[in-house]
Design a protein around this ligand. Structure first.
Ligand code: GTP
Ligand code: MG
Length: 352
């Protein structure tokens, strides 16, 4: 006990010495903009280093899935209050300090431009859809499609798994199937339509059925093993559906914060994977009817702000006239909002 206490005290002193500005963070107005923070060259990695986080709070945070600075930096005060029982001002300070501590390393604009050259734009099969997306679905991003049943989300997942192989014959697609809707027969049809060897295409798609949200998260974590240990050139990861298990497992109001925390962790893992491995993470999402929120449309994507913020591109898919489909780009870092129409057919997507 004494030893632990001594070590803790030592750590704290070291922390205070290393981060003299931290006490300023505590005293300062928590609503102050974060602009100044990133210049700090100090990189903190333990959540215990944050103001207001002792051993007990740190443990509660970890149990709730906040194991690193990133997960805290993107959380909301309300979520932390629920997870740890700290007051809201303390939660705000924790979040702000976590954000400040994320020394992600500045990259110059030209370095980033070079990095952008590695981006592959995975084709959808529809020219108008590709144009809407600036050439296709980009690697390095999480791209989300949400929409009602039968709107074409799963079909699009199948298309991407095939088309990436047309674009890069060494590419591998990973399909995390939570709804048992992956169909190898469909892959065969689509591969034939673009003139690819169907057996080869199927062998380059690694499919795993996820039985619950924990399993889904575990599978996502295994993708790094595929890349590092089996040396697979994974370029597309499909999570179909991202939210179904989470939605089914966390029922009732009191469970919302838990669900969001878990989903947040999952999404951050996927985001990191997309960024570090330059791969496209395509996730599908369901909608629910809720006229009181979002876009004025009576349908709203599941997962709230957590999903909205984690996804780089968000597309709303719906059924259009005469069996067509309408894709609407809702959120994009560099492309205007817009819409396009196409048909889902046996050979893939077809422009109208
Ligand atoms: P949920 O998963 O239920 O939310 O729907 P989803 O958005 O994933 O829908 P999905 O991608 O499964 O789309 C199913 C629709 O695609 C069907 O209703 C058909 O209209 C169309 N579709 C699927 N396969 C074929 C095919 O081989 N030929 C044609 N013409 N249409 C197909
Ligand atoms: Mg589906």
């Amino acid at each position: 006990m004494v030893r632990r206490k001594l070590i803790n005290t030592g750590d704290m002193e070291q922390v205070m010495e290393e981060y003299p500005e931290q006490s300023e963070v505590e005293e300062s107005n928590v609503d102050e903009p974060l602009m100044k923070s990133p210049i700090s060259p100090i990189k903190k990695s333990l959540i215990e280093d944050l103001p207001g986080v002792g051993a007990a709070t740190a443990q509660k945070l970890r149990e709730a899935g906040y194991s690193d600075m990133m997960s805290l930096a993107v959380s909301s005060p309300g979520e932390l209050v629920e997870a740890t029982g700290v007051s809201e001002p303390v939660a705000r300070k924790m979040i702000q300090a976590a954000r400040s501590s994320l020394d992600m390393g500045f990259e110059s604009g030209d370095d980033l431009l070079k990095k952008r050259e590695r981006v592959i734009k995975v084709h959808t099969g529809s020219k108008v859809f590709d144009d809407l997306m600036g050439g296709g679905f980009e690697t390095g991003t999480i791209t989300e499609c949400f929409g009602e049943f039968g709107s074409g989300k799963t079909q699009l997942g199948h298309m991407l798994a095939v088309n990436i192989q047309k674009q890069d014959p060494t590419a591998v697609a990973v399909y995390i199937d939570t709804e048992n809707t992956f169909r190898p027969e469909r892959i065969k049809q689509l591969a034939e339509a673009v003139g690819l060897d169907t057996n080869r295409v199927l062998s380059q798609i690694k499919v795993a059925r996820a039985y619950n949200s924990d399993h889904q998260m575990l599978l996502a974590e295994k993708i790094e093993e595929l890349i590092q240990e089996q040396n697979l050139n994974v370029k597309v990861v499909i999570v179909d559906s991202l939210t179904a298990h989470f939605r089914a497992e966390f029922v009732g109001r009191g469970t919302l914060a838990d669900r969001q925390q878990k989903l947040n962790k999952h999404l951050h893992h996927l985001l990191k994977l997309a960024d570090t491995c330059n791969l496209l993470v395509y996730v599908t999402n369901q909608v629910m009817s809720k006229p009181d929120q979002f876009f004025g449309d009576p349908t709203q994507a599941i997962g709230g702000h957590i999903v909205a913020h984690a996804c780089t591109f968000r597309i709303y898919l719906r059924k259009g006239k005469k069996g067509s489909r309408v894709a609407k780009l809702i959120d994009s870092p560099d492309k205007p909002e817009g819409e396009c129409n196409f048909y889902v057919e046996t050979n893939g997507l077809r422009d109208i």
